[in-house]
Design a protein around this ligand. Structure first.
Ligand code: CTP
Length: 472
């Protein structure tokens, strides 16, 4: 991007000229820095802008807010930063700083610094580029560490020795892999080596920040880039051992079973090519999580993983707790893991309506996502096999549509509700009511009676004495 292009882009931002003039009046130097500059050069649209102030950041932010008549300024005086929004832009001001670090903590000892001090302490060369928005050299690009060349070469490297960069802030190890995954860049060997050497340092980082980076990798268009870097560097073993353990499933010549970790990477990429739904992507990441625990070799058959879908589903709650993921997504991920083998088992013309009905009811409104996961789970390199398996899912979905049309099942519940069962049977709330309701639902699912109120009511009258006369 040349100077004219940069100036054009800067002039599109409504407040830049105004704060540039303010800086001149105040005798302060200001620069655009960080992700905004990186993405400007990459031609990626973004609305959060970091402004480096050589001097007091919050002070200049306050004056800018006044000048722009902004009233949502938030000052973080302890951190020397301040933030406001203007039009669609998130604007962050930071005073130039020099940082030194304590080995045990991620929190730096911060002192005021020069422009150079500030740029030198940044994480990757692609993030060290600054653009002056000062009157005398407006639009001048300052690239002390050849960041522009590294953007062109698509490479992530640190401006100084990566051992120092990562030791200062170990979260940067994950940021390296996250940027590689988001931007489809390579990671320099020196970064990989330092990441491996310092991976234990990640233990001082809060789980929330680690999870945040992991989810950003999953949000990228090809998450396997980041996942494989995590694995190869040995970092995955520290931050997500359950996924690390998927690697290295033993293979026997005749029963060539794919390595579960690399298979999982492919499944995550396949899902990601179909959807931005991060929880569906996460379900893909963990769908085989119980394979290492259930792995068994059976002569004549090969490696088996009996029950891994159920055991995997039962692991999900703890995974969510451990990795501080949002609890309201547990049920969704559990369900997809639990059911991920079910549809393929139903891929035959001979399968009964009742088996299809059970799938519809159990998957509920997650059925379409489940099928997306199942399709993504086919990672065979044999194109004919892949086509055959995909056809099987088409067949299952055709049957699903037929059965759904027949009895409108997606949001299934017994047409006779608990209250009515209590009234008809003259019984108080309790276990019997649930059993009778479940019996009616089973009868519908098995196709014994149609999914209508009349049929369910008639069936209730028929079965009620069996329950009333028993002493459950
Ligand atoms: N930075 C750093 N080390 C960190 C975090 C941030 O050196 N651990 C620096 C980098 O120069 C980075 C800038 O601060 O570009 C802004 O950080 P942040 O907003 O977290 O990241 P961005 O690079 O803007 O990227 P994104 O918003 O996509 O995360």
């Amino acid at each position: 991007m040349n100077k004219i292009d940069i100036n054009t882009k800067l002039n599109e931002i409504p407040f830049i000229k105004i704060i540039s003039e303010l800086a001149k009046r105040e005798g302060v130097k200001i620069y655009l820095v960080g992700g905004f500059v990186r993405d400007l050069i990459l031609n990626r649209q973004r609305n959060d802008i970091d402004i480096l102030v050589i001097g007091n950041g919050p002070d200049f932010a306050e004056k800018s807010a006044k000048e722009l008549e902004v009233n949502n300024l938030v000052l973080y005086k302890n951190f020397g930063t301040a933030h406001f929004t203007f039009d669609d832009y998130d604007v962050e001001f930071v005073g130039a700083r020099k940082e030194s670090y304590d080995r045990k903590s991620r929190n730096p000892v911060v002192e005021n610094g020069t422009f150079e001090d500030d740029i030198n302490r940044r994480d990757f060369t692609i993030n060290t580029i600054a653009i002056s928005i000062n009157d005398e050299d407006f639009g001048l690009v300052i690239d002390r560490f050849n960041g522009i060349q590294d953007i062109k070469d698509k490479i992530i490297r640190t401006p100084i020795d990566p051992l120092i960069t990562f030791n200062d802030d170990p979260l940067r190890i994950l940021r390296a892999f996250r940027f590689a995954s988001q931007l489809q860049f390579e990671v320099h060997d020196s970064v990989m080596i330092a990441a491996n050497q310092l991976r234990e340092r990640l233990k001082i980082i809060s789980q929330e920040r680690i999870t945040d980076e992991l989810l950003k990798i999953l949000e990228s268009s090809k998450p396997s880039v980041g996942l494989k870097l995590l694995f190869i560097s040995g970092v995955l073993e520290i931050i997500f051992p359950e996924i690390h353990q998927l690697a290295g499933v033993e293979q026997r010549k005749d029963y060539h079973h794919k390595d579960v970790f690399f298979h999982t990477c492919e499944v995550v990429d396949n899902v990601s090519s179909k959807t931005d739904n991060i929880w569906l992507r996460f379900a893909a990441l963990v769908h085989d999580i119980a394979k290492p625990n259930t792995k068994k070799f059976i002569d004549g058959i090969g490696w088996t993983f009996h029950g891994h879908e159920e055991i995997g589903a039962r692991m999900i709650k703890n995974i969510f707790k451990k990795y501080k993921l949002p609890f309201h997504k547990i049920e969704y991920v559990e369900k997809l893991v639990r059911l991920h083998l079910r549809p393929i088992a139903l891929a035959s013309e001979e399968v009964t309506d009742s088996a299809i009905r059970r799938l519809i009811v159990q998957a509920g409104d997650k059925l379409d996502d489940l099928i997306t996961l199942c399709r993504a789970d086919i990672t065979s390199k044999n194109i004919q096999k892949v086509e055959k398996y995909l056809e099987n899912y088409d067949l299952v979905m055709r049957r699903v549509k037929e059965v759904e049309e027949k009895d409108k099942l997606r949001s299934f519940q017994s047409p006779v509700r608990g209250d009515e069962i209590m009234k008809v049977c003259n019984i108080p709330p309790g276990k019997k009511v649930g059993l009778i309701k479940a019996d009616i639902e089973e009868a519908i699912l098995d196709g014994l009676i149609p999914n209508t109120y009349e049929a369910a009511f008639e069936y209730l009258l028929k079965i009620k004495n069996k329950y009333l006369n028993s002493d459950i």
